[in-house]
Design a protein around this ligand. Structure first.
Ligand code: UD1
Length: 429
């Protein structure tokens, strides 16, 4: 019902601010329900996924209020009034990450019911590791009719060994262990910065967690958490990476304030290999693009590896570079779908299993459709570099993860606008 119209071929120049990280905020919002109190999250982006999570919390009985602190948006969550432990299937379907609520609901209410989150455009999204972690802490789980019902009069610390460093399962295990009796040792944990942020949030409330950012996390259960707290959300490394790419592939110069080089090492390393000039500074990171990008070889992997969430976007650099690129996706089964659309813009690629073999060249505008969030961002980037006009249908996918995309890109000189159908206007009005 709404699309982005992009007129490409103009180098982007200027400064843009990274928003708070979507993938940090969603688990933090869920984490807040573990205790009864008033919690304030500072730097919460206005994103479709965040609004759905806020609605789920409201239906559970949480009071959600918005405030501003300077340029930052804050969410105040009053969880004292929460009475409900069941999440309606309809809302679960709207947001895959509502599975995060299973651990905290169980910890607070002793009981939780959620429906199985479905797969998505990038492949099946199983939750077996989340459930394994909860079982290890003593939860009784019953899976039937597409629902997961969890029960535990009291969770008890235990050893959780993850066979794959799943980000979500690591967060579920931490959330369930914070108030469990005794010590939990989580081995094979994911190391993403968003997990460190979750640890910092909880420790600020009196939890005893150490080791986030490494593969072993130890959580000593505490009896209760503070009933008040405030936490500043880390910046969105994926959004920052997307704007850095926009500067790089358009041959411009872009500074992303709030971007953290220590969170983007593997990604920045590939940009440098492609011939992009990177400057780290106090406020963030600056890129200086070049008209002569070089091909890249990369494989996605769990942090600190190359982030799967930037793989579709860096595909655009590969499509424009001199020479060949080789991009392999190892985290998700089906995350090369954006190439079907990039081909419409003239990209030359051979897809083999989970690898894209790319022969760089030029792109020209065409009509394409976003099918998922990061693939959609890749199409916008491609539109910025393509000659002529590109129409990207399916703006709703992109709105899940990019706050004010057209405003931010527009402030860098991009010619991008959103077009909403009459039907869409009626629906939102
Ligand atoms: C999170 C991010 C997502 C990112 C992904 C990988 C959030 C809200 N989302 O998703 O943007 O792309 O990390 O960096 O933080 N798996 C299982 N069983 C499980 C759980 C996961 O087999 O129980 C598999 C998945 O199918 C996938 C892989 O593990 O192949 C990685 O998934 P995971 O790290 O859990 O990603 P999410 O937490 O869902």
């Amino acid at each position: 019902m709404a699309r982005f119209m992009v007129e490409g071929g103009f180098p982007l120049r200027g400064r843009v601010m990274a928003s708070g990280a979507k993938n940090a905020v969603l688990p933090l919002m869920a984490a807040a329900v573990l205790a009864a109190g008033e919690y304030r999250l500072v730097g919460v982006p206005r994103l479709a996924d965040v609004e759905v999570m806020a609605e789920i919390l409201r239906r559970l009985g949480v009071k959600v209020r918005e405030e501003r602190e300077g340029d930052l948006r804050c969410l105040c969550l009053d969880t004292r009034t929460m009475r409900e432990w069941r999440i309606h299937e309809f809302l679960m379907r709207g947001l895959r990450s509502s599975i995060f609520l299973l651990g905290p609901l169980l910890g607070r209410m002793g009981e939780a019911t959620v429906s199985f989150p479905g797969g998505c455009a990038i492949g099946p999204r199983p939750v077996d590791l989340h459930l394994q972690a909860l079982r290890a802490l003593g939860a009784k789980l019953d899976e039937s009719h597409g629902c997961i019902h969890a029960q535990a009069a009291a969770l008890t610390g235990g050893e959780v060994v993850l066979s794959y460093p799943s980000v979500g399962a690591t967060e579920t295990a931490i959330m369930a262990a914070v108030l469990a009796r005794g010590e939990t040792v989580l081995r094979g944990a994911a190391r993403e910065p968003e997990i460190v942020d979750l640890q910092n949030f909880f420790n600020g409330l009196g939890a005893r967690i150490r080791g986030a950012g490494t593969t072993v996390i130890r959580i000593t259960g505490v009896e209760r958490l503070h009933s008040m707290g405030q936490h500043c959300v880390i910046s969105d490394r994926i959004e920052a990476g997307t704007y850095l790419l926009a500067g790089a592939i358009s041959g411009g110069e872009v500074q992303v304030d709030g971007a953290r080089a220590d969170h983007l090492r593997a990604f920045l390393h590939k940009l440098v290999r492609a011939g992009v000039v990177i400057r780290e500074n106090e406020a963030g990171i600056t890129v200086e693009g070049t008209r002569r990008l070089q091909g890249v070889t990369l494989k996605t992997g769990p942090y600190p590896g190359f982030p799967t969430d930037l793989q579709p976007q860096i595909s655009v650099l590969a499509a424009l570079a001199e020479g060949e690129s080789r991009i392999t996706e190892t985290v998700f089964e089906n995350r090369l779908g954006h190439w079907n659309e990039l081909r419409k813009l003239g990209a030359r690629v051979l897809l083999k299993d989970r690898t894209a073999l790319v022969a760089g060249g030029q792109l020209r505008g065409a009509k394409v459709a976003a099918d998922d969030l990061r693939g959609g961002a890749a199409l916008i980037l491609a539109g910025l570099a393509a000659a002529g006009e590109t129409v990207v249908e399916g703006s709703g996918h992109i709105d899940r993860g990019y706050e004010n995309l057209e405003g931010k890109l527009g402030s860098l000189g991009a010619r991008i606008r959103r077009e909403v159908d009459e039907v869409g206007k009626l629906a939102s009005g």
